[in-house]
Structure formats: C-alpha cells, structure tokens
Design a protein around this ligand. Structure first.
Ligand SMILES: [Zn+2]
Length: 372
C-alpha cells in the first residue's frame, strides 16, 4: 500500500513537473526551440517555372534560401534547432510535411515559396507573407489554389478529403484549432515583411490571409512566405542572383531573431524588443486579450481569473462557448503589454483578438485598419 502511494505520488509530481516545464509555445524549458523550414515543392513538382529564362524554378530558389536560412540560424542563434521538410530535390507530400512538423514538436513553421502571376502580363512583383485565414480576395485565392493544387498530383489523395476551404463547417473547425497560434503567426509575418522592405529593399505586398494546407494542419505558429514573382523579369533576376538570395535570407533571419526575442519577453526573460509603433487612426477598433474559453459562465471576478481584474465575457453561439477577455485597448502596443501580463499570470495560451464597433473581427483586418 505504502509503495503504491509513493509511486502514485511520484507519478503526480512527474506529471506536474512536466506540465510546468512546457511553455505557451510548446517549447519545453530544457529543450531547444525548434524551427521547421519548409522549402516549397521539390522533385517532380517544380513549382512555378517563372518566365522560362532560367533553368532554376521555384523549387530550386525555395531550397537555396531555406538551406541558407537554416545555416545562418544554426550558426548565430543559441538553443535553436533547425529541421527541414526537405533538404534536397525531393517531393514530400503536403500531408507529410504537416505530419512531420507536428511529430517533431516544432515551435515555428516557415514555408518558403516564390509567386507567379497567371497570364502573360508579368507586371506583379513584391513579397507576400501569409498566415492562416479565410480570404475573399480573388488574387489571394489564386495563390492558394496554385500552392494547394499540388496535392492533386500526389498518389494518395484520400488524406485530403476533409480539406475543404469552401465549407463553413471546415473553416469554423479550423479557426477553433488554430486561433491560439494566429497572433504569433501574424507577429512573425509582420517582422518578415518589414525586413523585406528595410533590409532587402523590396516591395512588400503585405501580410495576407489564406487557407494553405501546410498552415491549416501544422499546430504551431506558421507562415508561408512568397519571396517574389518569378513571372516578373527583374524580380526573377534578383531571386536567381546570389545577392538577391543573400538579402532575402538575411531578412528572414532578422525577422526570426526579432520573433525569438519577442517570445523571450513573454517568457519573462530579460531581452527587451522595441515594437514598431503602430499608428492609431481608427478609434472604433478595440483589442482584447482572450485568456480562456469555457462552456461554463463564470463570474468575471478577479478570484476566478488568477487575480486579473478588468475581465469581460462574450458568448460565442456558434461554438456554444463563453470567451473570457482580459483588458481592452485601442492601442496595439498596449494590448501586447497586457497579453504579456496575462501570460505571466498563468494564461500561457493567451492571444490578442480585435473588435470593431463591438463585433469580433479578424486581427489582421484590425491591424490593417489602424495602420492605414
Ligand atoms: Zn509554391
């Protein structure tokens, strides 16, 4: 009996220790932070051929930049581990890429691609970074179609039968599974697009949302980067040049470094990162920190929320859930400060949400509104 009790006690302690060692980002305190780099396409899938003036296609440029980025991270950043979905000219399936990321306990997933403009115009140029989300924009839908369509060429298309971006039900389940990662994904995406502009002096087409398979099925913050258009002659020249690849690699590295520093702030480390100030124009946007969701209607008193006051509650009829928010601010930097506070109070999977005239709207749209 005594032995049994003792082993039960040891078991409970082990479980507790294990859960407290794991931070909000799925990163275990003792392990390194794992970044998975996913060079798009590969093998028989060459991606966009661009203008056809170069032998190298999308798959080659994506691989070059991915390997260079991984190398730079390994050389310069401590406690960060880099893994790849592919490190040579082979084709891992889209499903295979996502499965690998989830299995390896990846903390951050970066998929690297090059863009193409349909038709013969070749006028579109600039970089784009995507996070997961529904879009109604025609051009964006074209990009998703092109990147997702490779699944049709795979041998086992059965695994994709539930992937249905036009179904409301599918989108709702996706949102539920992914919402806690979204604000971190947006954070990195903004750093990346800023860096492309400042460090590589490229035209940024901005942070966008789309339903990409590899973003939908990786359960961690994840972004998909379109380095530029290979159908645009000048941009194709740039991305095929050593200088171009170096600049894009350096930009991606700087963005990753900023993101890691930002997380350290969240995890109570000492590094302070200066936020790019977000201009405040629209006053009817309000940001809040979502700290919890539950089927129970709790009173919004500090004793129910680890001492946090200024808690508000909303009922989400779609999901039959009460959502609990901490704080409220029209200033994005202020809400990031409150998010850190909530995390430090034990709400490790807190994330920022946005409201316009009291209605929940996508965070990315709110950020666009206040930035314009
Ligand atoms: Zn691609």
């Amino acid at each position: 009996m005594q032995t049994y009790r003792l082993s039960l006690f040891v078991f409970i302690i082990t479980v507790l220790t294990f859960s407290f060692n794991t931070s909000a980002y799925g990163q275990s305190a003792s392990d390194s932070f794992v970044i998975m780099i996913d060079p798009g396409h590969g093998g028989r899938d060459s991606g966009t051929p661009g203008t056809g003036r170069y032998k190298a296609t999308e798959k080659d440029i994506a691989l070059d930049v991915s390997l260079a980025l991984g190398k730079m991270i390994k050389q310069k950043l401590k406690n960060v581990k880099v893994v790849y979905t592919r490190d040579k000219d082979v084709y891992p399936t889209l499903n295979g890429r996502a499965v690998k990321a989830n299995k390896k306990d990846v903390d951050l997933f970066i998929s690297i691609h090059c863009n193409a403009q349909p038709g013969k115009k070749g006028t579109a140029y600039g970089s784009e970074t995507y996070v997961l989300g529904e879009t109604k924009n025609k051009e964006n839908l074209e990009v998703a179609k092109r990147e997702n369509n490779v699944m049709a060429l795979e041998d086992n298309t059965e695994v994709y039968k539930d992937f249905n971006p036009s179904s409301t039900e599918f989108l709702l389940s996706l949102e539920l599974a992914q919402e806690e990662y979204l604000d971190h994904s947006i954070k990195l995406a903004r750093y990346i697009e800023d860096e492309f502009q400042v460090t590589a002096k490229r035209r940024s087409r901005g942070v966008k949302q789309n339903i990409f398979y590899v973003l939908a099925y990786t359960y961690m913050p994840s972004v998909l980067v379109e380095l530029g258009f290979l159908t645009h002659k000048k941009e194709e020249d740039f991305l095929n040049s050593k200088k171009g690849k170096d600049l894009m690699t350096r930009s991606l590295f700087n963005a990753v470094e900023k993101y890691l520093k930002y997380l350290n702030v969240n995890t109570k480390d000492v590094v302070f990162v200066e936020e790019t100030p977000v201009k405040q124009v629209s006053s009817n946007i309000e940001f809040k920190v979502q700290i919890a969701a539950s089927s129970k209607a709790l009173e919004t008193k500090p004793y129910n929320f680890n001492g946090l006051s200024n808690i508000s509650r909303n009922y989400d009829a779609n999901r039959k859930l009460y959502k609990y928010y901490y704080g409220g601010a029209s200033d994005y930097n202020e809400i990031l400060r409150l998010e850190k506070e909530a995390i430090n109070k034990g709400y490790e999977s807190s994330f920022v949400v946005a409201f316009k005239d009291g209605k929940n709207i996508p965070l990315i749209d709110a950020l666009k509104t206040i930035a314009n």
